[in-house]
Design a protein around this ligand. Structure first.
Ligand code: AMP
Ligand code: TRP
Length: 328
């Protein structure tokens, strides 16, 4: 069977380096070897309130960042989820197969709903739509950060359940989670994930931050008690997190980072870390600027949606037929 990779990043905020390290860089890593489907899950973004104008802008922004980071529209299919109605339709079918009990165990829902009094039902059923996103394209591999592992497991359970009940319809996908960078932590607190929803803007670095801002944020990053640049998540979580970022952006192993900064303090390390990140982001930011105002971007997304719809419809029809719905 052909290897097919699929993933998406929600347009619900500015993209930070956590999403790049955990997800986006993997899209680019695998696109030559796999048939790639990279989409913008805008229907997932609206499970929490969004400003319509901002949502529109962010959706194009995320698409431009995919391409600027190296996703090639000639090799991969890049599209907006809401432009392929089969997602919402299979999403409903998946809701009929997912159990309330298993949905209730999803930690992302618990985290996102905690302490809020107005929580949409879509935030709760979110993983069923995510299962549809993946299963529609018979994806074999799904590159994500650690926080999406539980949703992937649920997708696998639903796919197996459906196949057992109605006959072989869906490919059961494998999550692809990198060892280094699966969970980038906040620069202000190594016990919480780097997240664009953190009100402290110094806790994350955005892909579109300027060099001056990146330098400032890394210089403020918290470190651990002794002065050694040593990789040890138990004793030194803040420095270990920064070392992982260095390793990914500098294309060097963790052992090499340790060697390079042996006998040097945190100051020198954080300074060079900022430069390594700035150097990697510079060409990406340049490509982004060229793309964001262009019609080319909209043309790519339109063509992507056309190709994706064609592919999605094959699976959607098969699933409907298998369940006993009439397809003419
Ligand atoms: P989101 O922006 O929540 O749609 O996340 C997009 C992708 O980036 C998902 O695959 C996440 O698992 C991944 N991701 C987001 N934040 C981080 C982080 N701090 N560390 C590693 N991966 C992340
Ligand atoms: N839930 C994912 C996140 O929060 C985004 C997403 C939606 C996704 N559908 C997907 C990721 C399908 C991979 C595959 O990051």
């Amino acid at each position: 069977m052909a290897k097919r990779i699929l993933s998406g990043i929600k347009p619900s905020g500015d993209l930070n380096i956590g999403g790049y390290v955990g997800a986006l860089r993997q899209f680019v890593m695998y696109q030559n070897e796999y048939d790639g489907f990279f989409f913008i899950p805008d229907l997932h973004a609206i499970t929490v309130p969004q400003d319509p104008k901002e949502l529109r802008e962010r959706s194009r922004q995320i698409a431009a960042l995919y391409i600027a980071a190296g996703c090639d529209p000639d090799k991969s299919t890049i599209f907006l989820q809401s432009q392929v109605p089969a997602h919402a339709e299979l999403g409903w079918l998946m809701e009929t197969q997912a159990y309330f009990g298993e949905m209730s165990r999803m930690t992302q829902f618990k985290d996102k709903s905690e302490g809020k009094d107005a929580v949409s039902t879509a935030l709760f059923t979110y993983p069923a739509l995510m299962a549809a996103d993946i299963l529609l394209y018979q994806a074999t591999h799904v590159p994500v950060g650690e926080d999406q592992k539980q949703h992937l497991e649920l997708t696998r359970d639903i796919a197996n359940r459906f196949n057992n009940r109605f006959g072989q319809t869906f490919t059961v996908p494998e999550p692809v989670i990198q060892e280094v960078g699966a969970r980038v932590m906040g620069l202000d607190d190594p016990s919480s994930k780097m997240s664009k929803s953190n009100p402290n803007t110094s806790s994350y670095v955005l892909l579109l931050d300027t060099p001056a801002v990146i330098r400032k944020k890394f210089s403020r990053a918290v470190t651990d008690s002794d002065m050694a640049v040593r990789y040890d998540w138990e004793a030194k979580p803040a420095v270990s997190n920064l070392m992982e970022i260095y390793s990914v952006f500098g294309d060097v192993t963790i052992a090499e980072v340790e060697r390079r900064f042996e006998g040097q303090g945190y100051g020198a390390f954080k300074k060079e870390l900022a430069e390594v990140v700035i150097a990697k982001l510079a060409p990406l930011q340049e490509k982004y600027e060229a793309l964001i105002g262009s019609d080319e971007l909209d043309r790519i997304l339109k063509e992507g949606a056309r190709k994706a719809s064609e592919e999605a419809h094959k699976t959607l029809d098969a699933a409907k037929r298998a369940m006993g719905l009439l397809v003419y």
